[in-house]
Ligand binder design. Structure first.
Ligand SMILES: NC(=O)c1ccc[n+]([C@@H]2O[C@H](COP(=O)([O-])OP(=O)(O)OC[C@H]3O[C@@H](n4cnc5c(N)ncnc54)[C@H](OP(=O)(O)O)[C@@H]3O)[C@@H](O)[C@H]2O)c1
Length: 329
């Protein structure tokens, strides 16, 4: 018997719309319910994406027994309270990145999920993009030898709206949490944890980082040179320099559709297209895990989310960036 997974979505903003489009591509998924703080917004979203139910309360949705998993698509500062609320209502959760504001929040959420034997995963869609799967294969085969250096950037020039999610400190603003997480994740995926971290950042008048320049040093001697910005367009590509060649992960590298392998004076270009908006692959991973009754994804295990937030915490510490966790942690 083929079980279908009933999804709920809370926080019906920008990313929830893109995600819901891809949910429609998944033959194993049904959008059962959506919840917004505003009923009209929920109703509109529900009719756009054919959800069976809609609510003006996140908690009301979390109490619906038919729902198997809730996708949390609220701003970062609310992830902890939203995820904990869903888990306490015995729901599996896919939570947008970053999973929490700091290691303590992420750790508590993971422990709660484990103790309840509920599935939990950070919505780090990059991990499941076919281009990333290809990258992992190339690195495993050591096609460019040992990694010596990674260079990756993610920068865009956003609207200078000081009350927006990316500028407002109370909403977890700043380039690091918004986009810096992607170059950091690439470094983690390729090289693991560094031994030293140096960072120089510039700050907005709202006291969040507008640009972050990070240099990671590894035991092997390898380096990662990573950039994030909410104030300037940058190529948003990545290069991995190895002892026997170079990889270019074309823009935007975190959901790339093209990788160039340069070795022995030759370039090999790989075109690796993806379906939909690219979120279908994380959706398929989650549905597969739920159908198989797994509580964590082997491709994006809890340890990865813990390592990622550990690195983010270290970067924040280096630049003196501290968010008020609403949860006294
Ligand atoms: N994976 C990706 O590619 C990707 C891309 C962009 C963003 N993200 C992540 O997704 C999360 C949401 O980002 P977004 O760009 O979708 O943000 P957004 O457009 O501002 O939407 C966030 C939604 O959260 C809800 N919300 C609850 N309390 C809120 C508050 N006090 N202020 C504002 N919104 C509140 C709102 O939904 P209701 O009004 O319906 O309650 C709002 O529409 C962030 O954590 C971000 O890092 C991921």
């Amino acid at each position: 018997m083929n079980k279908k997974i009933n999804w709920g979505i809370i926080g019906l903003g920008n990313i929830a719309n893109k995600f819901a489009e891809d949910l429609m591509l998944s033959s194993d998924s049904i959008l059962y319910g959506v919840a917004s703080r505003e009923i009209n917004k929920a109703k509109k979203f529900s009719s756009k994406f054919n959800s069976i139910k809609y609510y003006d309360s996140y908690e009301e949705l979390a109490k619906v027994s038919e729902i198997d998993i809730i996708y949390v698509a609220t701003p970062h500062v609310f992830h902890f309270e939203n995820v904990m609320m869903c888990l306490r209502n015995n729901k599996a959760v896919l939570c947008e990145k970053p999973m929490g504001l700091n290691s303590q929040e992420v750790n508590i959420m993971i422990e709660e999920a484990k103790s309840r034997k509920l599935f939990l995963m950070e919505a780090l869609w990059t991990r499941f993009i076919p281009g990333t799967e290809k990258l992992i294969e190339i690195l495993k085969k050591k096609l460019i030898g040992d990694i010596l250096l990674i260079r990756a950037d993610f920068g865009y020039k956003g609207d200078l709206n000081l009350n927006s999610r990316v500028y407002d400190k109370k909403l977890g603003g700043g380039s690091l949490l918004d986009v810096g997480i992607y170059p950091i994740y690439l470094s983690l995926l390729s090289l693991g944890l560094p031994t030293d971290i140096k960072v120089i950042a510039s700050m907005t008048e709202t006291n969040v980082d507008s640009n972050c320049s990070m240099l990671f040093n590894y035991k092997s001697g390898a380096k990662a040179n990573l950039e994030s910005s909410i104030e300037r367009e940058t190529p948003t590509e990545a290069y991995i320099y190895g002892s026997e060649g170079v990889l270019k992960i074309h823009s935007r590298f975190h959901h790339t559709e093209k990788i160039t392998i340069s070795r022995n004076g030759k370039n090999e270009i790989l075109d690796i297209n993806y379906r939909g908006n690219g979120y279908i692959y994380e959706i398929e991973e989650v549905t597969k895990c739920l159908i198989n009754e797994e509580v964590e994804s082997s491709k994006l295990p809890f340890t990865t989310s813990l390592d990622l937030i550990y690195l983010i915490d270290k970067v924040k510490e280096e630049i003196g960036l501290k968010y008020d966790s609403k949860n006294n942690i």
